[in-house]
Design a protein around this ligand. Structure first.
Ligand SMILES: CC(C)(COP(=O)(O)OP(=O)(O)OC[C@H]1O[C@@H](n2cnc3c(N)ncnc32)[C@H](O)[C@@H]1OP(=O)(O)O)[C@@H](O)C(=O)NCCC(=O)NCCS
Length: 167
């Protein structure tokens, strides 16, 4: 069974992960644990529960804010006139041999579920993502993410009002 676990260097083989994007590999290999400890970003990994050392995919999340002008005028309605609190999906990657089998979508669903859970404790209006390139942006657009005003590769997904939105 596939499970999402908080990154733990004693269990998960960070060095063995390869998604084909050097910057995303390097982050997991060298920085994710350090950032997690420092409260800069949290990282969760997708593994098979019977062989948890092999990381099939991962994502990193951090707190962020988005200025009101970045939202579409419809999304801006009824919001206070100051930057809105968001969660930044700082990184998302699936291992090369596992891509195209729904794991990216499963990770994204887990991110949204986690953010909706966090909303019981902290305001999170939307999920923000910096897509590495147009191909990645196309992946996010499939799930309702829309481009911010400033940058087509910076996208956001409003999390809805009732805490029930799903990608
Ligand atoms: C982008 C990435 C996370 C997608 O994960 P994945 O497991 O390969 O994607 P899934 O199998 O869950 O795909 C879900 C759906 O999105 C589609 N999709 C996948 N990648 C896509 C892309 N780049 N553009 C548009 N659609 C895409 C799939 O066709 C699938 O749709 P379908 O069910 O109708 O066939 C993964 O390919 C990856 O890690 N790539 C390298 C690193 C990277 O670019 N990360 C993004 C950083 S911002």
């Amino acid at each position: 069974m596939l499970v999402v676990q908080r990154l733990d260097g004693r269990i998960h083989d960070r060095a063995g992960f390869d998604c084909g994007e050097p910057s995303l590999n390097r982050y997991l290999h060298e920085l994710a644990t350090q950032h997690h400890r420092a409260g800069v970003a949290t990282t969760h990994v997708l593994v098979e529960n019977t062989s948890p050392s092999a990381i099939l995919g991962y994502y990193s999340l951090a707190a962020a804010q988005l200025s009101l002008g970045e939202l579409t005028s419809a999304d801006r309605r009824r919001l206070p006139r100051h930057p809105v609190p968001v969660a930044r999906l700082a990184r998302l990657a699936v291992a090369l041999g596992e891509q195209g089998h729904g794991l990216g979508e499963a990770l994204l669903q887990d991110v949204v579920k986690r953010c909706l859970g966090l909303r019981a404790e902290l305001g999170i209006h939307a999920l923000l993502v910096d897509a590495l390139h147009e191909r990645a942006a196309a992946f996010y657009r499939r799930y309702g993410f829309r481009a911010t005003a400033a940058d087509a590769l910076t996208l956001y997904l409003p999390l809805g009002n009732a805490g029930q939105s799903k990608p």
